[in-house]
Design a protein around this ligand. Structure first.
Ligand code: GLN
Ligand code: ZN
Length: 767
């Protein structure tokens, strides 16, 4: 019997929007600075979009997405297209692009004012979306002009596309209800207007196919969620004059797989990278003849070549189980999360580059896999790929491996217990009540950035660069002393980035020239790449820390980035377990901690800014991640003397369910971001019996506002109503590097004035 499979296809859910050289970022920024008119900006942006489409057409993919391109964010596109305009923006009476960017970036002009929609992490990736709001001003209505235009543009280019947008379920799940209407009304509104949107696109742009991207299906879903998903999609699909494909990513869809086959979709695209349950789920269910199965065997999130033999084995098994489906080879997610193309990499050797694949190269992989399956690929294609995986990619560091293997339980335990340690530290440091500090960085002014650039370009020598950095440090320490802060920092002027700085100094890291990935809107990041075993070969920060410490009688903190944060903000190796890289990083940081202590540094801060970010989406996977993160942190710090104080910092306030783990990191002091949820968090800390001393940020460094002394006082008093005075530190909520000196020093002066007044009040009470 011959299998009834039709020819295998290849396609993707999305392509990076930033352009091969981050064109979109630069033209957007020029537009924001009023250097481009709206018209010029729109034209230039359309050129990036057309280039993408032309590339994909040339890449010989069978299914090319459209509407995946966005000027800022796809959820924001949908907010505009569905008319989810909150009252504060509606009142501005703006239209089109102006309204769009007002929601993205906030608005402040002619006395009119609106705070931007908030940004949130997108499903465990480093991408952020804009959070839709459902307030009483929202009156959903279809506004599809900009989408139909983009679709027409594609058809003028002669390119057949399948439009894709985040689906209604995900949109509703991500929406924050802020008005008086409830979740049922939200669901009703989204469903109705979303269906209307598809009908409009069908009528006005002639679309006959559509992919609804529903990444929320990869989260733990309750029975109510599942019912909601079914309700929304059944209504969406009923008698719709177009074929709808369900796109999923970022994990498996265990909670709804059973529902999918009879819901009326034309196809389902699945993440089949890694070890999620989708493979098993596919064994359990069957689909109608002709149903399209998108098999995401190529990772949409890593930057490494795919192992064809492994992928083909997965695909062939699925083909066997589902002989009557149409198979599409795809990536596990939109290629949005990987850099555009290796063509722009001039520095890395061919030996390294041959193992890597960015978005452009991944489309080639999809095509090759398809051709192999269809029997039309040249034999060398498989051979060349097999060669890549035959020999070890790098020489593992045996000594390091045995050091990791030899770690004992005692290496993860600091002695004595925290209570005892803190009592000893109190005697040594003799801080006043409510000790005050900052998170580490001070403004990276134009001057600081120009200095680093000159050094990078070889225009100044290492000596004069170091001398200039030292001047900056000395001035910063003097200013901090003037404000009356109790624990000082050196200011991090020598660091462009808290991860790359360490990566550059560690063995095992490599760096791309142009490996940019969109983080949000115009912001892109260029994560360093973990190539092999990570090892510290020399001290990383002791020279600068000792210098800074020599300038003051007050303690100056040594500043390090923690292992989980370094890992989470790097591109990990695909063939090295994350746990190995993390432990190697932890050992490197541990050695640095001990060297700092030896150099006389008495307080060391190990930032775990990104710990919460990569908390797995599924509850059942969270425990293992947290255990690893906690152990890695404990390893970095467990070797120090009892009187050396260990601080850490985290960049978010949604601790909630992971408070126990954070306490288990066994730091002495932790600072974290404050936000509107400050009060909730403080209560959670109290109720959890949190033992680490805490500095809940007393002001938002993301805003240029300067809070008054009175405002600082009331913030601090609110904290003291909930947490015992002995437990509390005072600090801003994050590093100050993105702010200007004109705001930072008045802020810190006001903060310290408030601290002094409250200390005096406390003393009076005691007297
Ligand atoms: N120490 C770092 C700084 O102050 C921490 C940055 C962060 O939390 N993202 O910049
Ligand atoms: Zn932070």
């Amino acid at each position: 019997m011959t299998l009834a499979n039709t020819a295998v296809k290849a396609g993707i859910l999305g392509y990076p929007r930033i352009g091969a050289n981050r064109e979109l970022k630069f033209i957007s920024e020029a537009y924001f600075r009023n250097e481009l008119s709206q018209e010029e900006f729109s034209q230039k942006a359309a050129a990036v979009r057309k280039d993408n489409l032309a590339f994909l057409k040339n890449a010989d993919l069978n299914i090319i997405p459209a509407l995946d391109f966005s000027l800022y964010d796809s959820i924001l596109d949908l907010i505009l297209a569905l008319g989810f305009i909150p009252e504060r923006f509606r009142k501005l009476n703006l239209e089109g692009l102006e309204l769009y960017f007002a929601m993205a970036r906030g608005y402040q002009k002619d006395g009119r004012n609106a705070v931007a929609l908030s940004l949130k992490k997108w499903f465990g990736t480093n991408y952020h979306y804009l959070v839709p709001e459902f307030d009483d001003g929202v009156t959903p209505e279809v506004n599809a002009g900009f989408l139909t235009e983009a679709l027409k543009e594609a058809s003028e280019g002669g390119i057949a596309v399948r439009p894709v947008l985040p689906g209604p379920f995900t949109f509703a799940k991500l929406t924050r209800i802020t008005g008086t209407r409830d979740a049922a009304e939200l669901e009703e509104s989204v469903t109705a207007v979303y269906r209307e949107l598809l009908l409009t696109l069908n009528r006005e742009a002639g679309i006959t196919e559509f992919t609804a991207l529903e990444p929320s299906l990869s989260m733990d879903l309750s029975a109510a969620d599942i019912a909601m998903f079914r309700r929304m999609h059944e209504r969406l699909l009923r008698d719709l004059p177009l074929k709808v494909y369900l796109g999923t990513s970022y994990g498996d869809i265990r909670d709804v797989m059973k529902d999918i086959p009879d819901m009326g979709y034309a196809g389902l695209w699945l993440d089949l990278s890694g070890n999620n349950r989708n493979r098993d789920l596919l064994r359990e269910f069957s689909f109608k003849p002709g149903f399209e199965l998108g098999l995401g065997v190529v990772s949409g999130q890593n930057i490494w070549k795919n192992n064809y033999d492994e992928s083909l084995e997965i695909v062939r098994e699925i083909q066997k189980d589902h002989p009557e489906t149409c198979i599409v080879i795809t990536a596990s997610a939109s290629l949005l999360h990987v850099p555009v193309s290796l063509q722009n990499e001039k520095t890395l050797s061919p030996e390294k580059l041959k193992h890597m694949a960015f978005a452009a190269e991944k489309t080639a992989e999809l095509r090759e896999l398809r051709d192999i399956l269809n029997g039309s690929a040249a034999p060398e294609i498989s051979e060349r790929n097999r060669d890549l995986f035959r020999a070890p990619r790098f020489a593992a560091d045996a000594e390091l491996q045995s050091r990791v293997a030899g770690l004992k339980e005692s290496d993860f335990a600091r002695k004595p217990a925290r209570k005892e340690r803190l009592a000893l530290q109190d005697q040594v440091f003799k801080f006043p009540p409510l000790p005050a500090t900052t998170i580490g960085s001070f403004p990276q002014t134009a001057e600081v950035r120009a200095l680093r650039k000159k050094f990078r370009l070889g225009e100044i020598t290492r000596e004069s660069y170091d001398a200039e950095i030292r001047k900056l440090i000395a001035a910063c320490i003097r200013e901090q002393e003037n404000t009356g802060l109790d624990v000082l920092v050196h200011g991090e002027f020598e660091r462009n980035d808290m991860v790359e700085f360490f990566g550059r100094k560690l063995e095992g890291y490599i760096f791309t020239d142009n490996g940019w990935v969109q983080s949000y809107g115009t912001r892109c990041v260029k994560p360093p790449v973990i190539w092999g075993s990570i090892r510290r070969t020399a001290p990383l920060t002791t020279d600068i820390s000792s210098y800074a410490a020599s300038l003051s009688e007050k303690p100056v903190k040594g500043m390090l980035t923690g292992p989980i944060t370094i890992l989470n903000w790097s591109f990990p190796a695909a063939d090295i377990p994350a746990a190995s890289s993390v432990m190697e990083l932890a050992l490197a940081i541990r050695d640095e901690v001990l060297d700092l202590e030896k150099a006389g540094i008495r307080i060391i801060q190990i930032d775990e800014a990104a710990l919460r970010e990569k908390l797995p989406l599924r509850r059942e996977d969270q425990e293992a991640y947290l255990t690893l993160a906690v152990n890695a942190f404990r390893l970095t710090a467990s070797g120090v003397k009892p009187e050396t104080q260990i601080h850490t910092h985290m960049c978010y306030s949604e601790f909630g369910e992971i408070l126990k783990s954070i306490d288990a990191m066994d730091a002495d002091v932790i600072s974290f971001e404050a936000s509107r949820s400050n009060l909730t968090l403080l209560r959670e800390l109290r109720d959890a019996g949190f033992e680490t001393r805490v500095g809940p940020g007393v002001y938002d460094i993301h805003s240029p506002r300067i809070p008054s002394v009175a405002e600082f006082k009331s913030t601090i008093k609110r904290i003291l109503e909930i947490l015992p005075r002995e437990q509390v530190w005072i600090n801003p909520d994050c590093g100050l590097k993105t702010r200007g000196n004109a705001e930072v020093w008045p802020c810190l002066n006001n903060m310290m004035a408030a601290v002094r007044e409250i200390r005096a009040e406390l003393e009076e009470k005691n007297a």
